[in-house]
Ligand binder design. Structure first.
Ligand code: NAD
Length: 182
């Protein structure tokens, strides 16, 4: 299955790599060009047991790609994982601007039906906020897009992130079944 992951931080990088490891065709997109260039060369800046070797193997096998081209990433995946940062606002609430910016990219570039999987830590109701944000952008552009939003918050622990993520690969099977049923 073709999958795109937005955000190559702790959560996005581990998720993208584990999905490639189990056989998916994965593009991991980040707006940080320096981070992307390093990852394209196999340089992993976080320490997580097993991750650097897994990134290298999957880069070499061609199942894992890193890019800062949002159009490429939005068009690639049948499923798009959102794993961007959600820093705290001044009042302590999660700042959703990066999550919504992925929504903007989807509205700009996506034509085929798609499933968005929200992995970033966000408040209850963010799926509705994101849906309304994308629909407004589509409306302004005079276009329609069929899309679903799935909440799949990340609970990995740093230090055992690869094992935590791999233990949940049943997720990819469930998402796959749902996509095939369309
Ligand atoms: N790190 C953890 O242990 C952990 C655990 C559970 C949940 N989370 C949650 O997961 C989310 C991601 O956490 P993280 O630690 O990976 O964050 P991070 O800050 O390490 O990485 C986020 C990445 O998203 C990129 N980004 C921002 N806007 C983007 C866009 N529009 N398109 C593509 N990439 C974009 C940034 O450049 C950055 O590289 C947060 O909501 C966090 O709260 C983190």
């Amino acid at each position: 299955m073709k999958i795109s992951v937005f955000g190559s931080g702790y959560v996005g990088l581990v998720q993208a790599t584990v999905l490639a490891e189990v056989g998916h065709d994965v593009i991991c997109m980040d707006v940080d060009q320096n981070k992307v260039k390093l990852l394209q060369q196999g340089h992993v800046s976080i320490f997580e047991p097993g991750l650097a070797a897994m990134v290298k193997e999957n880069l070499e096998s061609g199942r894992l790609h890193f890019t800062f081209d949002e159009k490429l990433a939005v068009e690639h995946g049948e499923v798009l994982f959102i794993a961007v940062g959600t820093p705290s606002d001044e009042d302590g609430s999660a700042d959703l601007k990066y999550v919504l910016s992925v929504g903007d990219a989807v509205a700009r570039h996506r034509r085929d039906p798609v499933i968005l999987v929200e992995k970033s830590t966000v408040p209850v109701g963010t799926g509705d906020t994101l849906r309304a944000h994308i629909e407004k952008a589509l409306h302004l552009a005079g276009r329609h897009l069929e899309f679903d939003i799935v909440s799949n918050p990340e609970f990995l622990k740093e230090g055992s992130a690869v094992a935590d993520c791999a233990a949940r690969t049943a997720l990819s099977s469930a998402v796959s079944a749902r996509t095939c049923a369309r």
